[in-house]
Design a protein around this ligand. Structure first.
Ligand SMILES: [Zn+2]
Ligand SMILES: [Zn+2]
Length: 328
């Protein structure tokens, strides 16, 4: 089968071994896979080794299955890559994405390939059957939305809270809508006016260009979805005393810190949130299925052999989100 494999900083579509179903699980024929910000970080920060196949926002069709599950051959599904053990100390505290089993489970070889293998744990926790009335690209947002939903859940927002989203890329747009399902007011901040417009079209209550703000919006909570050093400064300016900040993106350097005394005297709470719990995947699939989240006009489709272009166009801000079309 063909897969898009990393070689010397470029992805090359080449022949690799098709995964074989030896234990319980399934083989999924990939129709397409969303390009995640984390795939791009793995690539730009050189965290992936040569020979790696990325992609974990997979939609496809089950073509082989073994063992007992709710699925059958022919089912159209969306699949994510990690699930926890539910038993270790991390899991006991709800830090599912820190669970070592979570980090070690994966789809094989990765979503940017013609076929993937999932195991019985995936079938139980990370794979969902796509109904006829849900289009595949919308379904492919299950995993990225679930990461946002978990972040929102961790913040324990109150009804009516004024919630800021700093960075209005595809994740910012999803985060805002996830927060809005908790009856909050969503305020979008970005330095690009065209992104403010997109946020407005996706149900944000207010939007501001953060370069033009001369006073604090006194927000109850802020999500940092930009991955820019400047966003830490924006968060500290726009949060109210006693407010909560959720760090949801890596920055280029480790230098922008939350100052000790500001956290102390202003009684700020700084959370990190990384990846979803299985319950968040399930919830986000339901939100998409029930059309509670609008993902229209966010995605550009790229052919399988155009992964490098999709990465470059996402990095340059030309597009918000890429969907890599692999098969029929
Ligand atoms: Zn993702
Ligand atoms: Zn665990």
């Amino acid at each position: 089968m063909l897969a898009s494999v990393l070689h010397n900083d470029k992805f090359v579509v080449e022949e690799v071994d098709k995964p074989v179903l030896t234990d319980n699980g399934a083989i999924i024929k990939v129709i397409g896979c969303g390009l995640c910000g984390s795939d791009i970080v793995k690539y730009t920060h050189k965290l992936s080794k040569d020979g790696a196949v990325l992609g974990h926002e997979v939609v496809g069709k089950i073509v082989e299955i073994k063992g007992n599950s709710d699925f059958k051959v022919g089912d159209m599904v969306v699949a994510a890559h990690h699930y926890p053990c539910f038993e270790c100390n991390y899991c006991r505290h709800g830090n599912y994405s820190m669970c070592r089993s979570f980090k070690n489970t994966n789809i094989i070889p990765g979503g940017f390939s013609e076929y993937i293998k999932v195991d019985e744990g995936h079938l139980k926790y990370t794979v969902f059957k796509i109904p006829e009335n849900l289009d595949l690209i919308t379904a492919s947002f299950t995993e990225p939305l679930s990461c946002c939903y978990r972040a929102v859940r961790r913040m324990e927002l109150l009804k009516g809270d004024r919630v800021g989203i700093v960075g209005l890329g595809s994740i910012g747009i999803l985060m805002g809508q996830a927060a809005k399902t908790f009856d909050t007011k969503i305020i979008g901040l970005d330095i690009k006016d065209e992104r403010l417009k997109v946020a407005k079209e996706h149900n944000f209550d207010e939007v501001y260009n953060s370069m033009n703000l001369d006073k604090s919006l006194e927000l109850d909570a802020i999500f940092l979805t930009a991955g820019a050093d400047l966003s830490v400064k924006t968060a500290l300016e726009q949060i109210r005393d006693g407010g909560k900040i959720c760090v949801f993106a890596s920055t280029k350097s480790d230098t922008p810190c939350f100052p000790n005394n500001e956290v102390y005297y202003r009684e700020l709470t700084v959370y990190g949130s990384y990846s979803p719990a299985p319950s968040d995947l399930k919830k986000s699939f339901e939100l998409l299925k029930d059309k509670k989240i609008n993902v229209e006009n966010m995605t550009e489709i790229y052919n399988f052999d155009k992964l490098n272009e999709a990465i470059a166009d996402t990095l340059s801000g030309k597009i918000m989100k890429a969907f890599i079309k692999v098969g029929e």
